[in-house]
Design a binder for this molecule. Structure first.
Ligand SMILES: [Zn+2]
Ligand SMILES: [Zn+2]
Length: 375
């Protein structure tokens, strides 16, 4: 195999070039080497076009560029062979770069026409697990999704550069065939073009006529504060393409919130139970309690019963709709001392006559209340 050339050298730019300089260089070279502009020399032009496109797909992506700068071709999977791993902006770049130029808008077949072509992109699902803290604060993250994308060389038509897909002769471009069966008109998908309505005479060398290539793409994802378990985020147009010329489907990110060690979430409110000592319960105390964002001082009043619930207003989860926060409910439970030293026992024995309670069954309603708190 041929030795791979340095990506900067391929685009004729320096290692310090700005994104804009890289984009301009790519645009200029892509115009120059596009196979349609080199009819006498198509094969060589195609090779060249692939090379600059691969170089651009790496250098236009800040992350990949950084990896390439440090580790060279090995870092970006550029070991040769296979489809280059195009970065997430390259298709919109293609539109920017070629969309308005004579001839090219049509070759890449995106822009306005894509919308009128057959629909039926593939919706993708991505399950993402985050912590409760991340759900509360919101999160910017990157996810990697493998998907089918429109082929960068033929723009998804599947047709070899210089040729155009022709209207399917079997269905006259309708994608469906109707025939009469007694009283009924039966419609079925055209077997020759599989409903696309077009056939390819010469297949694109890059995607072998499929009109799509497999890519693994890194997408930035912004998760708003307040999401809950099962929240579904739709990222329009980031799904896969189905067939030649189909528009991409949508990507659905389904969130799972990892269970927290002590916070329990009900709607936007949070709950936990905290132990206090028998003397804190009897005498009162100020204790420091954790919240989602830090710590708060909680006043335990004198004579607090086990199971009492305290509310910290606004210390719950933010509402996804941006309407304030839920509350934090803290229930306390009084820990009975065990393994008392002899003289400590003695003190409790002295205290016993003064803290006597009536050992009568609690009325049902009062008992339910206690059970609710511990249940
Ligand atoms: Zn192709
Ligand atoms: Zn057909």
């Amino acid at each position: 195999m041929k030795q791979k050339r340095d990506y900067y050298e391929v685009l004729g730019v320096s290692r310090e070039s700005s994104d804009q300089e890289i984009k301009s260089a790519y645009r200029r070279l892509a115009m120059q080497h596009h196979p349609d502009r080199n009819p006498d020399n198509q094969e060589e032009a195609e090779e060249k076009f692939k090379e600059i496109t691969e170089a651009y797909s790496v250098l236009a992506d800040a992350q990949k560029r950084a990896a390439y700068d440090r580790f060279g071709h090995a870092a970006v999977g550029g070991g040769g062979g296979g489809a280059p791993d195009f970065n997430s902006t390259i298709f919109s770049d293609f539109e920017d770069i070629f969309g308005d130029l004579f001839g090219f808008g049509d070759v890449f077949g995106r822009g306005g026409r894509a919308r009128t072509r057959s629909a039926g992109g593939v919706d993708l699902r991505y399950d993402l697990e985050i912590s409760l803290g991340e759900a509360a604060k919101g999160l910017e993250t990157k996810i990697k999704i493998p998907r089918w994308e429109a082929c960068a060389m033929c723009g998804g038509t599947g047709a070899k550069s210089g040729s155009k897909p022709a209207s399917c002769p079997t269905c006259s471009g309708h994608g469906q065939i109707r025939h009469q069966q007694g009283f009924f008109t039966v419609t079925r998908t055209c077997p020759q073009c599989q409903g696309v309505g077009q056939v390819i005479r010469e297949a694109c060398i890059h995607c072998k006529g499929e009109g799509r290539t497999n890519a693994e793409r890194v997408l930035g994802l912004k998760i708003p504060p307040g999401v809950d378990d099962g929240t579904r985020l739709r990222v329009a147009g980031e799904g896969g393409v189905a067939t030649r010329g189909s528009a991409p489907g949508d990507l659905y990110v389904i969130l799972k919130i990892r269970e927290h060690a002590f916070f329990e979430r009900r709607g936007n409110d949070l709950y936990y139970t905290i132990p206090i000592s028998i003397s804190q319960a009897a005498l009162g105390a100020d204790i420091i309690v954790p919240t989602l964002i830090g710590e708060e001082r909680l006043r335990i009043p004198e004579g607090t019963q086990s199971g009492s619930v305290f509310r910290l207003r606004g210390m719950g989860m933010p509402s996804l709709e941006g309407r304030g926060h839920g509350d934090l409910y803290i229930s306390v439970f009084v820990v009975t001392p065990t393994r008392l030293a002899r003289d400590h026992r003695r003190w409790l024995e002295i205290l016993a006559p003064f803290v006597r309670v009536d050992n009568q069954p609690l009325e049902r309603r009062a008992a339910e209340k206690v059970k609710d708190i511990f249940g």
